[in-house]
Design a binder for this molecule. Structure first.
Ligand code: ADP
Ligand code: MG
Ligand code: ZN
Length: 489
């Protein structure tokens, strides 16, 4: 895909609207539990079903979570914000309106910085607003043989924040990087699991193009039904090319809402764009204004969870690891937590980061497993690393042990004792093996002594083979060198 900045003299202008499901235990205006995958319509009550006479009561935790996000991205908290009814008819919306925020949202401004590939500098994406709202239900469209669409109201009233950017994003790749960063922030704040597959994060992408150099923005289209970050990237690339083609063939871009078809990798127009007056917004009469006191705000500030950059900087200081490692380890909160749990039982920060970044993440990726609750716990990794550090097993044997841990869920200690893998650190035993190997390799020994120093590695290999890989490699190198120096004299 071409870089959008260079496509035929046009540049892309992109703004994203992301809905993030807040991970509170209960819904935003009633006490119903929030749970993914519960039996349809089992988590409902008169309030979230919109039955006549039922009144909403705001869940305080949802406000606290929204405040965390606004503070984390340096936005401005509106101390008195207003809920509004957004009216529209749809089968999954039993009240006939959604309680949202309109002209007076709880958060405004702020920014998220995204990495620029190959540069140390970051690009700032300004945010326009963050508001609180409730989710709608879910229509289950007929599968083959069924006649009717069914509807599940469990999701009605599930708390969301909507995070809207300014049109500062210039390419599909930047949109992708923004989403990755946003997900990371949400997870570190502990306010959203940001699992796109479960619909905990939903993104609508607005896109227009304009001739390079022009500051006026062109007409935009909005793409919906994007169910992965990659889909966002692909849909934007598709729509940029589409808009360029339209303009180049003398057409005009009509504002509209499009649906991304991931299977066929195309975006199709769905409807002409709705305007805000279509929703007949008005202040929600059943709720008072949402007032955030300075005291409350300060309390949220004081207990704000550690954000990724700050945690990475602390890792560098506290565990004495390179910045690169710290950045990798803080890519997700689970990974950062995992590393810190290993470090509660092990002393060498760099040895632990090496092991996690190479061995552990490799199997996690291969198995497509989740780190949280993975069957090899941080304590088990710490035990394994301690065996290496104390010289009980070599780094090479540790890899075999780890492989068996992955396959059997046994601990390193169990595997080492049942397979007799303890490293040989006995000088005299190693001397014996060295003598044997040198005796069996007379020709090579002559070559070595006449100057072919690279044969050293070959001897080491033979010795390790002879001991089933159990000889302490440090000792082997040291004693072998001594022995050869002796023979050379
Ligand atoms: P709407 O009223 O259609 O929802 P908004 O002005 O509220 O439009 O903006 C929605 C999103 O679209 C924001 O993220 C904004 O940055 C982005 N946006 C607005 N205008 C454009 C444009 N011309 N091209 C691309 N994105 C835009
Ligand atoms: Mg919009
Ligand atoms: Zn309810």
């Amino acid at each position: 895909m071409a870089d959008s900045l260079t496509i035929s003299g046009y540049e892309a202008v992109i703004g994203l609207e992301v809905h993030a499901q807040l991970s509170t235990e209960s819904k935003i205006f009633c006490g119903c539990r929030v749970e993914f995958g519960a039996p349809p319509n089992s988590l409902t009550c008169p309030v979230c079903l919109g039955l006549p006479g039922a009144l909403p009561a705001l869940n305080k935790k949802t406000v606290e979570y929204a405040l965390r996000m606004i503070l984390a991205i340096d936005g401005t908290v509106r101390l008195r914000s207003v809920f509004a009814r957004k009216n529209y008819f749809y089968p999954d919306l039993p009240k006939g309106y959604q309680i949202s925020q309109f002209d007076l949202p709880i958060g405004e401004g702020g920014e998220i910085a995204i990495p620029i590939p190959g540069e140390k500098r970051k690009k700032v994406i300004r945010l326009r607003r963050i508001h609180l709202e409730e989710d709608a239900g879910k229509s289950l469209h007929p599968e083959s043989g069924e006649k009717f669409t069914r509807v599940d109201f469990n999701r009605c009233g599930v708390p969301l924040i909507e995070i809207v950017t300014e049109p500062d994003i210039c390419s599909p790749q930047e949109a992708y990087a923004y989403l990755i960063k946003l997900k990371q922030i949400l997870q570190f704040l502990g306010i959203c699991t940001a699992d796109m597959e479960k619909g905990h994060l939903r993104c609508d992408a607005n896109i227009s193009i304009r001739p390079i150099g022009l500051s006026k923005m062109g007409a935009k289209t909005e793409i919906k039904n994007l169910n992965s970050f990659k889909a966002v990237e692909k849909a934007l690339a598709f729509e940029i090319e589409h808009q360029v083609q339209v303009l180049q063939s003398g057409g005009i871009i009509k504002q509209c809402t499009m649906l991304w078809d991931d299977k066929h990798q195309v975006a199709e127009p769905m409807r002409s764009k709705e305007e805000s007056h279509d929703y007949r917004y008005f202040p929600e009469p059943d709720l008072v204004n949402l007032v955030v006191t300075e005291e409350w705000l300060n309390q949220v500030k004081a207990t704000l969870p550690e954000l990724p950059e700050i945690r990475a900087a602390r890792f560098v200081r506290q565990y004495n690891i390179p910045e690169y490692d710290a950045n990798v380890l803080t890519e997700s909160r689970e990974l950062a937590d995992y590393y810190e749990k290993v470090m509660q039982n092990f002393g060498d920060g760099k040895a632990a980061s090496n092991w996690i970044m190479t061995q552990l993440l490799k199997v996690i990726n291969e198995e497509k497993a989740e780190l949280e609750n993975y069957h090899i716990s941080p304590v088990m990794i710490a035990e394994l690393l301690n065996f290496v550090q104390s010289g009980k097993i070599s780094g090479k044997i540790a890899k075999d042990v780890f492989e068996e841990m992955v396959a059997t869920s046994k601990t390193a200690g169990e595997i080492i004792s049942s397979r007799g893998l303890t490293q040989i650190s006995d000088d005299s035993l190693i001397r014996e093996v060295i003598a044997k190997v040198l005796a069996e390799n007379e020709n090579n020994l002559k070559k070595y002594l006449s100057g072919k120093k690279q044969i050293f590695g070959h001897f080491v290999g033979q010795i390790m083979k002879e001991t089933g890989g159990k000889a302490n490699p440090g000792l082997v190198n040291k004693i072998l060198q001594e022995k050869l120096d002796e023979l050379a004299r």
